[in-house]
Design a protein around this ligand. Structure first.
Ligand SMILES: Nc1ncnc2c1ncn2[C@@H]1O[C@H](COP(=O)(O)OP(=O)(O)O)[C@@H](O)[C@H]1O
Ligand SMILES: [Mg+2]
Length: 260
């Protein structure tokens, strides 16, 4: 866990902990994200940082600290255990229930400047990677880093969660978190995640293939404009990386559905 007075560089942001608060860079879309976090607070949804204060503090937003271990490499034991994906699936079910009635204000802008909410969409977390999940005492504390929140299809959040937390990633990345390549454990974890959320794994794999296309399209569209996070994703070669993971997941489809 980040220590008091420590600064830490994540994938995109340098954040600083001050006591029980975290200071993160204030971005154009931060006001919209804070509206979302305030809604979650009002409906009593735990497991997310609270938006604190009224506005930027020295160019930073202030959110509450979630105490625990972040799902970096090596993964916390709780995330490696099957109970970890079940906890994530339940968290997402509860988040989608909590956010269903949220309507962003008409001025809301998000990390993708072209994204707009419309009826039928929900606010996605948008960055449901293992390294934005926080674990303590073998349970999920919550999910941090709401910077990439975006209006979208609910199933896309689940597909992204499956991608990073089953994980539906290339074999070397599976080994890094502690799995052998492919096989039954991944099919079981995918099913546990989907059961906990209430979705069909085949639909989630279809959504993942679409989501991965959307992600590469967005980086190709917004990256060359020079603004982060898209420019950083372009520089970090995310497009071929995502394409490779998409091809891997498609080739493993039958095995991941437990049919092979
Ligand atoms: N609300 C929070 N509670 C606890 N730790 C946090 C919180 N927000 C950020 N951190 C810590 O700071 C790191 C980077 O922050 P994050 O918001 O994920 O930025 P990035 O956009 O760079 O991924 C996280 O991996 C985590 O260790
Ligand atoms: Mg992060």
């Amino acid at each position: 866990m980040i220590q008091d007075d420590e600064s830490m560089r994540g994938g995109l942001s340098t954040v600083r902990r001050e006591g029980e608060t975290i200071l993160r860079p204030w971005r154009v879309w931060t006001p919209a994200v804070r509206e979302l976090l305030r809604h979650l607070e009002q409906v009593g949804f735990a497991g997310v940082p609270r938006a604190l204060g009224d506005g930027p503090v020295d160019g930073h937003e202030v959110v509450s600290l979630l105490r625990g271990e972040v799902g970096l490499y090596p993964w916390p034991r709780a995330l490696l255990a099957d109970g970890g994906v079940t906890a994530l699936g339940r968290w997402l079910r509860d988040y989608h229930d909590a956010v269903r009635d949220f309507r962003p204000s008409s001025q809301a802008v998000w990390c993708d400047p072209d994204a707009r909410w419309r009826p039928g969409l929900i606010m996605r977390h948008g960055d449901l990677t293992s390294w934005n999940s926080v674990w303590a005492d073998d349970r999920l504390v919550g999910v941090i880093d709401w910077d990439l929140a975006i209006p979208g299809e609910a199933l896309d959040d689940l597909a992204q969660l499956a991608w990073y937390s089953v994980p539906l990633r290339l074999p070397d990345r599976q080994r890094r978190v502690g799995y052998g390549a492919g096989g039954a454990p991944l099919a079981r974890r995918l099913r546990l995640l989907c059961d906990a959320y209430g979705a069909d794994p085949a639909d989630v794999l279809d959504a993942l293939a679409r989501l991965q296309c959307d992600e590469t399209e967005r980086i190709a569209r917004l990256g060359p404009l020079g603004a982060d996070p898209w420019a950083a994703f372009l520089r970090q070669n995310f497009i071929p990386d995502i394409e490779e993971e998409r091809a891997w997941a498609l080739a493993q489809r039958e095995e991941l559905l437990g049919h092979a």
